[in-house]
Ligand binder design. Structure first.
Ligand SMILES: Cc1cc2nc3c(=O)[nH]c(=O)nc-3n(C[C@H](O)[C@H](O)[C@H](O)COP(=O)(O)OP(=O)(O)OC[C@H]3O[C@@H](n4cnc5c(N)ncnc54)[C@H](O)[C@@H]3O)c2cc1C
Ligand code: SF4
Length: 439
């Protein structure tokens, strides 16, 4: 049977394969040589550059942009990778509108920043064939890394560079963490997460074991016994629950739905509702909503219980969602589920508290995707927690000697790819100093 946007229920194949391929094409296609030179020429090469200060991995942005401007993009790539070994992925996924490009003086003066991320991609793409780093002499020290996401991979690569042996354990069948299972498909097309992972591992000294979950047959005690140090980069594998009256067969967690969608090579087999309602106001909600629309849902509504200013998704992301045809409903809290519908209560802020106004809206909903936050799951009980995450001080030291943590699972820092990379890298430097008896 042929499906289209009006087919009732939750169905795959609402759009043709060609239309889906077009919808999921690169959000920001790569710059060509001429475009890169023109973009690089706009940089003022500021002293004490605000873009570098705003980058969680402190990439020397003016230096790499100058290296592009002077025709040495490979040197620019080295400048980037020295600070951020996942500089290729970060160039594609960083919310630069709240990081380096927001801080750019040309953004302040003209409302148009230097295109730092696209220049970063231009440079890093030129060094993706061969791994540019080699290992130091072997130290004989062994480190276990739990999680092959951005934090774990950045930590493993830096430790391997220093000459330590690293074994990475990941619960999933593939590495990359949310780069592989979470990031919107149109931000990192062409299987870039796996290509980057393969490239990173070419340094040697890192063995990855997939399908190994800490908490199952793999215990912290066994890792402590078998390795000099353990680094935990296990992200946030749990999700918040949302208690709603009624029942609805099409309710699913947005992170799970996105993960399944990401694993489909051409996306023509991914079922999506005719009418989709996404609950939440963060990056995950935007990604679920936009990708539902790109798969051919007739209507997609994002319902967020607070107002626009309180939304975690940036203005850029909200505009992106609107440009793809997603309707964003502010001050609308989910209340009850029914057959093919959801009831939302209108809200307002009164004396600092969120209250219901008494007005309700009912929306047709074949599919309801919940994007109401992720939580730490499976962290070893002996570790102290802080705000629901593993408590760390300085560069990732946990409450237990010999165990470091970084990325989304650890306290402090925003839940972003680039922050996870910075924390994994910094923990590796601290672990190295510890292993060599310097700290
Ligand atoms: C839908 C979505 C979209 C996002 N989009 C963006 C974006 O556009 N830009 C951006 O900067 N950030 C984005 N983020 C956030 C970003 O993906 C994360 O901040 C980043 O991936 C965190 O890296 P991490 O290494 O700490 O954790 P993760 O990427 O979550 O990796 C953790 C790894 O640990 C493994 N693991 C978990 N538990 C265990 C266990 N018990 N044993 C063994 N292995 C385990 C997991 O399988 C996973 O591979 C997004 C997040 C989501 C959910
Ligand atoms: S890593 Fe991200 S924040 Fe840092 S300079 Fe590159 S694009 Fe900007």
């Amino acid at each position: 049977m042929h499906n289209d946007q009006l087919t009732p229920g939750i169905e795959a194949g609402r759009l043709s394969a060609d239309q889906i391929a077009e919808n999921f094409a690169d959000l920001h296609p790569p710059l060509n040589d001429h475009e890169a030179l023109v973009a690089a020429d706009r940089c003022y090469f500021c002293y004490d550059a605000p873009c570098t200060l705003a980058c969680p991995t402190s990439i020397d942005v003016p230096l790499f942009v100058r290296q592009i401007a002077t025709g040495t993009p490979e040197a620019a790539a080295r400048t980037i990778f020295d600070q951020n070994i996942l500089g290729g992925m970060c160039a594609r996924v960083c919310p630069t509108e709240t990081l380096c490009e927001e801080a750019c003086v040309r953004e302040t003066a003209e409302g148009e920043p230097v295109q730092i991320a696209r220049l970063q991609r231009y440079a890093t793409d030129r060094l993706m064939d061969a791994q540019p780093y080699t290992r130091a002499a072997e130290t004989g020290r062994k480190v276990a890394v739990v999680g092959a996401g951005p934090a774990g991979l950045a930590c493993a690569h830096r430790l391997a560079m220093k000459g330590h042996d690293v074994v990475v354990y990941d619960a999933k069948p593939k590495g990359g963490g949310l780069n592989e299972y979470g990031i919107a498909a149109y931000k990192a097309p062409d299987d870039f997460a796996q290509a980057e992972l393969d490239w990173l591992l070419k340094i040697g000294g890192i063995r990855v074991e997939y399908g190994r979950k800490l908490g199952d047959d793999l215990t912290l005690a066994s890792l402590q016994k078998g390795f000099d140090v353990v680094f935990l980069g296990m992200g946030l594998a749990g999700v918040n629950k949302l208690a709603l009256d009624g029942a609805h067969p099409g309710v699913e967690n947005a992170v799970d739905w996105i993960a399944r969608m990401r694993q489909s090579p051409d996306k023509t087999d991914v079922p999506v509702g005719r009418n989709v309602v996404v609950i939440g106001g963060g990056m995950t909600a935007v990604d679920a909503a936009v990708q539902s629309k790109l798969l051919g849902a007739e209507t997609v509504t994002m319902a967020y219980r607070r107002d626009r200013a309180a939304m975690a998704a940036s203005e850029y992301e909200q505009d992106l969602a609107a440009s793809k045809g997603v309707h964003i409903l502010y001050n609308a809290a989910p209340k009850a589920l029914g057959a093919g519908a959801i009831t939302l209560a209108r809200t307002k802020t009164s004396n600092g508290a969120l209250v219901e106004t008494g007005e309700e809206i009912e929306l047709a909903a074949d599919q309801v995707l919940l994007a109401v936050g992720q939580t730490l799951a499976g962290a070893p009980e002996i570790l102290a927690l802080d705000g629901g995450k593993i408590a760390v001080t300085g560069p990732g030291r946990t409450s237990v000697a010999g165990i470091w943590a970084g990325g989304d699972c650890a306290s402090g820092g925003e839940d972003l790819t680039v922050t996870a990379v910075a924390e994994g890298r910094d923990a590796a430097e601290d672990i190295h100093a510890h292993l060599m008896g310097e700290a």
